[in-house]
Design a protein around this ligand. Structure first.
Ligand SMILES: Cc1cc2nc3c(=O)[nH]c(=O)nc-3n(C[C@H](O)[C@H](O)[C@H](O)COP(=O)(O)OP(=O)(O)OC[C@H]3O[C@@H](n4cnc5c(N)ncnc54)[C@H](O)[C@@H]3O)c2cc1C
Length: 284
């Protein structure tokens, strides 16, 4: 399938990106790895007349680790994240989830920024970012702002990104040594999106959970936190009953769309199962 005609632009710095965005407005689209945008263009869901390639812009790639945070350039590929030294111990949740995105070819081209900016409820990085309490640096000609993942996702393919803005950095706070995490994803086959997935982080001391963050993928119009389930786990000592109650509350929050991966009833059951397994990984 061939995408509609477009003009390709290869800016080399952010000023050129802003100038192109200002010149072409809603006729332009930013191009990162192209693994979501190009399929949408081929299906005529998007028909931008101008593609502005971020791959030629300097300064948008790379990973920086400090004692406080892990900062990832938006144009870093999923493979860059997996290959970064000790990423499995620096941020086990990010490492685990990234390794289960699509297949190696897509991970080599697809970027973490594109995965987040696309606002696809089937993408994994949005839930991972919600569970990790990440922030996003958004930049336009007018200036820079920092937006928490909790405030970023508005709906299916909808985020707070303005047409003249781009996502430049993802900032993940370094977790305390006693922070635990879990990630579980059900997919039909390698290369498919999640039927249901759960990313979570929590602290557990003396059998009491605190600061639980549970985020669910492909189970509603956007990636979201199961806040009632989090509250349930935070509010009393961990037990089989409290876990079952939390799973029930998370399942109640799901509104998946029926598709070739299953009907809503099946997907909601799988959401509960993914949460149960992710919780068990985190607790053990
Ligand atoms: C077969 C297949 C299976 C897949 N499975 C999964 C999966 O299991 N899990 C998963 O998470 N993803 C999956 N993906 C999606 C893949 O990870 C994409 O690479 C990702 O969604 C988009 O990243 P990209 O760099 O390719 O962005 P692009 O496709 O280039 O861009 C996507 C959108 O984001 C915008 N954009 C990109 N970068 C920026 C930026 N820095 N600032 C502002 N806007 C920006 C673009 O304008 C466009 O609208 C799959 C894709 C395919 C084709």
């Amino acid at each position: 399938m061939i995408p509609p005609h477009f003009t390709y632009h290869a800016p080399t710095d952010l000023d050129q990106v802003f100038a192109l965005l200002s010149e072409f407005g809603s006729k332009a689209k930013l191009l990162a790895g192209g693994h979501s945008l190009l399929p949408m263009m081929k299906f005529r869901f998007a028909e931008p007349g101008h593609l502005i390639d971020l791959g030629t812009v300097t300064g948008l790639k790379g990973i920086e680790v400090t004692e406080e945070s892990l900062t990832i350039g938006a144009m870093s590929s999923e493979s860059d994240i997996l290959k970064y030294p000790d990423m499995d111990t620096l941020c086990p949740l990010l490492f685990e989830a990234t390794g289960l995105i699509a297949d190696p070819q897509i991970r080599n081209r697809g970027t973490i920024g594109g995965d987040i900016a696309h606002g696809d409820p089937g993408n994994d990085q949005p839930s991972v970012m919600l569970a990790l309490d990440a922030s996003f640096q958004l930049v336009s000609a007018a200036g820079t702002r920092l937006v928490k993942a909790d405030q970023f996702f508005l709906g299916t393919y909808q985020t707070v990104l303005q047409p003249d803005e781009l996502l430049t950095k993802i900032i993940i706070p370094r977790a305390a040594a006693n922070r635990r995490c879990g990630f579980r994803k059900l997919k039909r086959k390698t290369g498919d999106f999640a039927t249901a997935a759960c990313a979570l982080t929590l602290t557990l001391e003396d059998n009491q959970c605190s600061d639980v963050r549970i985020a669910l993928t492909n189970l509603g119009p956007k990636s979201f936190r199961a806040e009632h389930a989090e509250w349930q786990l935070n509010s009393q000592p961990l037990s089989e009953d409290s876990i079952n109650a939390a799973i029930h509350l998370a399942m109640q929050a799901c509104e998946p769309a029926e598709d070739q991966r299953g009907n809503t009833e099946y997907k909601i059951k799988m959401a509960g199962e993914m949460l149960k397994r992710a919780l068990s990984d985190a607790i053990e």
